[in-house]
Design a protein around this ligand. Structure first.
Ligand code: NAD
Length: 500
């Protein structure tokens, strides 16, 4: 029966081609278990061909004028806008998130495409005249060559769009390895990128898992690797690709805490907390999965539970508040962590395990789940659950709450809810997390800035998109030049290092 479903193609040198592999995986609608497509685990030769295409295209692409590159991204952003509904429907079918959230996923990627169109403003060098008599020094930011991107399942539009537009706009060519769990919307975005004018070989796509990722990490012609996904795989990718001499950035797992101060606007704080904990069924690397309730805010638990209970769970296409988890395995993992939370003594204030969705009995649904009395050392606290589960902890003071967060190894995002400027300022200054929200629950920076996860959530110095990524995708070349006037050409040989 699976023979009848469409196959996801590879993109090699401008052609969408069928893989010759014997190894395929199914792309499954998480609300229905319907098989939507089959995705190949590309062969060694296919990975090699994609890299070779990128290498050949780099010769001309690196010299393509800045304006010509920019105009492709201007066209691309328009095409994404025009296809927004179609892209969102595809994304929801294979990933599960609600249609509204799917549009959000695409839109956050679209912002990066818009930014890529003006990258010339940021890819500028420096110039200093007369660093010695008649000697000038200047820098140029040159593209690296073929770069690779490896993306996770949870943002199949936004995260590929963090990567290839920036790499390509700065003059590199690219090999993308999308998540094998939901590659279809990514491929549709890739088709639109070619339609916008990206030349053959500049963007290539291979599908696969561990073997393909390892091949990209090891290959001598891949110059940089951008990875987004779990901490386990990201750490492996960072070590393996670094060992092969590449520039690497890995944006990884998280455990994002919010502090709720007793002076917060209660209604706003609880609404934002519930939205950020349970939206996208908790499958966001910036989801708020722990709330530290300070002082009197501890008495707000019943109201928070009531808000969580009121959220609707269903198939993403029907636009409920939460869709299903990505796979049966993910559902089982989350359910077993909830069981472990109970076993280890946390109080289950709301249990989402028994949720049923009429008409979608086979979907991977878990409803909003809340634990109170969570302590460090419990599995629900120590592990990234990546489901709609919120852990509540308690602290007597802002300082004690900050200590809890700074003691956690992750550093992706954090937020404080308060009406006090002094408390917010203290939090901003003392918290050791790379992305901070003040009454903003999911502080993902727009591309004028960079995504700046930190500590255990990040390996590598430079973030994806924004100003930092220009440095990631370029090599600074420093040129020191002297032009002799003919009459100054005489003189003696200098054997010292100083410029004269
Ligand atoms: P994952 O690590 O399982 O997969 C990510 C990519 O790695 C996929 O393309 C996958 O095919 C590949 N991969 C899987 N196993 C591999 C292996 N053994 N060797 C080499 N490659 C392998 O992550 P996921 O489940 O798709 O995504 C969820 C995770 O991503 C969560 O931990 C989440 O926090 C994280 N994430 C982080 C950010 C961020 O910006 N920090 C953003 C989104 C998601």
């Amino acid at each position: 029966m699976t023979q009848a479903v469409p196959t996801v193609k590879l993109l090699i040198n401008g052609e969408f081609v069928e893989s010759r592999t014997s190894e395929w995986r199914e792309v499954i609608n998480p609300a229905t278990q319907e098989v939507l497509a089959r995705v190949p685990m590309a062969t060694e030769d296919e990975v090699e061909a994609a890299i070779a295409a990128g290498r050949a295209a780099f010769k001309t692409w690196r010299k393509t004028p800045i304006g010509a590159r920019a105009r492709i991204f201007l066209k691309y952003q328009q095409l994404i806008r025009e296809h927004m509904k179609e892209l969102a429907a595809l994304l929801t079918a294979e990933q599960g998130k609600t249609l509204a959230d799917a549009e959000g996923d695409i839109f956050r990627g679209l912002e990066v495409v818009e930014h890529a169109a003006s990258i010339g403003n940021l890819q500028l060098g420096e110039y200093a005249e007369n660093v010695a008599g008649g000697v000038d020094t200047y820098t140029v930011q040159q593209p690296l060559g073929v770069c690779a991107g490896i993306t996770p399942f949870n943002f199949p539009a936004m995260i590929p769009l963090w990567m290839f537009p920036m790499a390509i706009a700065t003059g590199n060519t690219f090999v993308l390895k999308p998540s094998e769990q939901d590659p279809m919307v990514t491929m549709r975005l890739v088709e639109l990128a070619l339609q916008a004018g990206i030349p053959a070989g500049v963007l290539n796509v291979v599908h696969g898992g561990e073997a393909v990722v390892n091949a990209l990490c090891d290959h001598p012609h891949i110059k940089a690797v951008s990875f987004v996904g779990s901490s386990r795989v990201g750490t492996h990718v960072y070590q393996r690709a670094s060992l092969a001499g590449k520039r690497v950035q890995c944006m990884m797992g998280a455990k994002n805490h919010a502090i709720v101060m007793p002076d917060a606007n209660k209604e706003q704080a609880l609404n934002q907390l519930a939205g950020a904990a349970f939206g996208a069924a908790g499958q966001r690397c910036m989801a708020l999965s722990v709330a530290v309730l300070v002082g009197e805010a501890r008495s707000w638990i019943p109201e928070l539970v009531a808000k969580a209970r009121s959220l609707t769970v269903g198939a993403g296409k029907d636009n409920p508040d939460l869709g299903p988890l990505i796979s049966c395995a993910a559902r089982e993992r989350v359910a077993s962590l909830i069981a472990k939370g109970v076993e280890q003594g946390a109080t289950l204030e709301l249990d989402g395990r028994e949720v049923t969705v009429p008409g979608f009995e086979n979907g991977n649904f878990v409803g909003p789940t809340i634990f109170s009395g969570v302590k460090t050392g419990m599995a629900v606290y120590e592990q990234e659950i990546f489901g709609p589960v919120l852990c509540l902890m308690e602290a007597d003071s802002l300082e004690a709450a900050i200590d809890i967060i700074n003691d956690n190894p992750n550093g992706n995002g954090t937020a404080i809810f308060t009406q006090s400027g002094a408390a917010a300022r203290r939090f901003q200054e003392d918290i050791d997390v790379g992305q901070v929200g003040i009454n903003v629950p999911i502080p993902v920076p727009v591309p004028l800035f960079s995504f700046t996860g930190s500590r255990g959530s990040k390996l590598g110095d430079l973030g994806p998109y924004g100003k930092q990524v220009i440095l990631f995708y370029t090599q600074t070349k420093t040129v020191t030049s002297r032009w002799f006037d003919d009459e100054a050409s005489s003189g003696k040989v200098h054997t010292t290092i100083s410029l004269r």
